[in-house]
Design a protein around this ligand. Sequence first.
Ligand SMILES: *[C@@H]1O[C@H](CO)[C@@H](O)[C@H](O)[C@H]1NC(C)=O
Ligand SMILES: *[C@@H]1O[C@H](CO)[C@@H](O)[C@H](O)[C@H]1NC(C)=O
Ligand SMILES: *[C@@H]1O[C@H](CO)[C@@H](O)[C@H](O)[C@H]1NC(C)=O
Ligand SMILES: *[C@@H]1O[C@H](CO)[C@@H](O)[C@H](O)[C@H]1NC(C)=O
Ligand SMILES: *[C@@H]1O[C@H](CO)[C@@H](O)[C@H](O)[C@H]1NC(C)=O
Length: 216
Amino acid sequence: MALSWALAVLSLLPLLEAQNPGLVNLTALNPALVNLTVIPITNATLEQLSGRWFFIGSAFRNPEYKLEAQKIQADFFDFVPNLTEDTMLVQEYQTIEDKCIYTSSHLRVQRENGTFSKLEGDREHFALLLLPKDPKIFMLAFSLEDKQNRGLSFYAVRPKVTLKQQEEFEEAIISAGMLKSEITYVDWTKDLCGPLHRQKELEKKEENKEPKEDVA
Ligand SMILES: *[C@@H]1O[C@H](CO)[C@@H](O)[C@H](O)[C@H]1NC(C)=O
Ligand SMILES: *[C@@H]1O[C@H](CO)[C@@H](O)[C@H](O)[C@H]1NC(C)=O
Ligand SMILES: *[C@@H]1O[C@H](CO)[C@@H](O)[C@H](O)[C@H]1NC(C)=O
Ligand SMILES: *[C@@H]1O[C@H](CO)[C@@H](O)[C@H](O)[C@H]1NC(C)=O
Ligand SMILES: *[C@@H]1O[C@H](CO)[C@@H](O)[C@H](O)[C@H]1NC(C)=O
């Protein structure tokens, strides 16, 4: 599903590029998608995304994604791009069922498609990167072409967003043909990962201080 949608977007590329080289304008795809541009991912994009992000909320119609998202009480992660491999390392701290879960995984970057993907077992899940004008937020779009499975997720550099940032997400939700009532926001006060994160930061500092030892 995600894949066929990526194709739909791709087939629009030549059309849209003619009017706006290098920039795919979602407004042309759907006039309601104001101020959201699909852009080919560049080194600059990856550098802009590098660093700490907080998961703010999402709306998913795909039952599997929805279930996953609803379990998340709080979530933050560090993006570490690799510009030569076209990958993004994600070091993620999720609070789920009152427990902190740390995971480290890699996303693949499809630069020209403006997408990230994640391999889970033998399935590759695709997400389209949406960059609003405000560089302190970004969104991922899933299966926009598919009414039954579409979804959007929302991230920001701080665990709390401004009203204006929240409105940007809600506008995107409406533009994507979903309802505000479908959004689930996380509750930052439920975060239990702060302590684990601080411990990991300390470990990192220690590692950097001491010369690396070879572990046989
Ligand atoms: C971009 O998307 C198309 C269609 O899904 C796919 O065939 C192509 O392999 C993708 N490009 C990359 C670099 O993954
Ligand atoms: C996107 O397209 C709309 C309609 O053609 C235009 O008004 C808007 O300025 C475009 N946005 C960008 C960022 O190019
Ligand atoms: C789109 O961006 C322009 C310029 O930044 C802003 O004035 C306008 O309110 C935005 N529209 C929406 C729907 O966010
Ligand atoms: C990117 O990946 C390559 C191959 O795994 C590795 O050699 C390189 O050090 C990585 N670069 C960064 C900045 O992590
Ligand atoms: C992106 O950055 C990598 C690593 O610095 C470099 O090898 C590559 O040429 C850059 N690509 C572009 C298009 O600048």
